[in-house]
Write a protein that binds this ligand. Structure first.
Ligand code: NAP
Length: 258
């Protein structure tokens, strides 16, 4: 019997894992997306979209669909989904893997102001009007609307529901090249970049561009992982390690009662 796998996706790691296991007879896998992006990238795995109805909803889903292994490969800032997954496997014990890609680290020449959350990021811009490139996603713009002295360039995949007053939207999706990032910042007179510390290659070029141009970066720190005590859970950094874990799960049928 193939291992029934539910992948909570929305990250490049989830896509890479989906590509790696598609067509592999060891696995019967489904990719779940939050449904935030209007046109998500194509996937070779069957897909579902939208919430489960909280932790209990996910636990019920795991039971109803007889899921053998749950993989949380959401965006590192999708905190609620991670919490729900951990809470769900406490209710319905299921081997759980969390893919937590490494955060970006400070390099020589970087001018980072590190902040714990989006409200602190907005405050860190200060009182003097600045030209700000906001790459925090379209769901986290509210604190910046209160700092109306700045002029914002907001980059997101889909159009934001509401922009800070006078802000300009750029709709684009990574991966981005450093030369393009540098051109964008220079041509548009950007003097500060605001980003979540998402980590990864797809959107990392903006940091090299800011470094080359000597621009400040307001860096929003990673939320902590939920408490994992007493759970059958492993945390890995990338899709290759996730694949190793899955293969191990597939080789242990007695552990899953087959
Ligand atoms: P979230 O706050 O962790 O999740 C909110 C709810 O959305 C969850 O409780 C769940 O609803 C549903 N959900 C989230 N991921 C799901 C998945 N893979 N499959 C099914 N349902 C899912 O996550 P978020 O609202 O998507 O985003 C929070 C932060 O992550 C934002 O800062 C956003 O910019 C960033 N982010 C997210 C994604 C993404 O693909 N989700 C991509 C890039 C950035 P129920 O409780 O009803 O199950």
């Amino acid at each position: 019997m193939p291992l029934k796998v539910l992948i909570l996706g929305g990250s490049s790691e989830a896509s890479a894992l989906a590509n790696a296991i598609a067509g592999d007879a060891q696995f019967d896998a489904l990719l779940s997306l939050a449904g935030r992006t209007q046109a998500p990238a194509a996937s070779p795995l069957p897909r579902r979209s939208g919430g489960f109805g909280g932790a209990q909803g996910l636990a019920d889903y795991l039971t109803a669909e007889r899921i053998d292994a749950l993989i949380v490969a959401t965006h590192p800032f999708a905190v609620q989904m991670r919490r729900n997954a951990v809470a769900a496997v406490r209710v319905r014990p299921t081997p759980l893997l969390i893919v937590d890609r490494p955060p970006w680290t400070h390099r020589p020449g970087d001018r980072w102001t590190s902040v714990p959350d989006m409200a602190a990021a907005a405050r860190a811009l200060g009182e003097t009007p600045r030209r700000v490139l906001l790459t925090v996603g379209r769901q986290d713009l509210v604190p910046f609307a209160a700092q109306a002295q700045h002029s914002y360039l907001v980059r997101s995949i889909d159009p934001p529901a509401e922009l800070p007053a006078g802000a300009e939207a750029i709709l684009d999706r990574g991966p981005f090249a450093e030369a393009d990032e540098r051109r964008l910042m220079a041509d548009r007179g950007v003097d500060v970049l605001v980003t979540k510390n998402a980590g990864g290659l797809a959107t990392g070029a903006k940091l090299a561009a800011a470094r080359a141009l000597g621009l400040e970066v307001v860096m929003v720190g990673r939320p902590r992982l939920p408490e994992l005590d007493g759970l059958d859970v492993q945390v890995v950094l990338d899709a290759d390690q996730a694949l190793d874990w899955l293969r191990h799960q597939a080789r242990s049928p007695t552990e899953r009662g087959v």
